[in-house]
Design a protein around this ligand. Structure first.
Ligand SMILES: [Zn+2]
Length: 69
C-alpha cells in the first residue's frame, strides 16, 4: 500500500481530491493529504474496463438485460 512520505497517511484513502483528469494513460488524480502534501496518482485503465467514450452499438457482455425482474 502506498503511503504519504510525510505522515504515513494511506494514499488510497485520499484526504481530499483536488481534481481528476481522464487521459490516454488512465485516470490522473490530484489529491491532498491530511498533512497538506499534494500528490499525483495515475490509475491505468484495467483490461476489462470500458471507456464510455469508445462505447459501441452493442451492450457490454455480462450486463443484465433491462426489464428483467
Ligand atoms: Zn501526509
Amino acid at each position: 500500500m502506498e503511503e504519504c512520505p510525510r505522515c504515513g497517511w494511506p494514499v488510497t484513502e485520499a484526504y481530499e481530491v483536488l481534481s481528476r483528469h481522464l487521459t490516454s494513460e488512465g485516470v490522473v488524480s490530484y489529491t491532498r493529504c491530511a498533512c497538506g502534501e499534494v500528490q499525483v496518482r495515475v490509475q491505468p485503465y484495467g483490461p476489462g474496463e470500458v471507456v464510455s467514450a469508445s462505447r459501441g452499438d452493442n451492450p457490454p457482455r455480462g450486463a443484465p438485460p433491462r426489464g428483467t425482474r
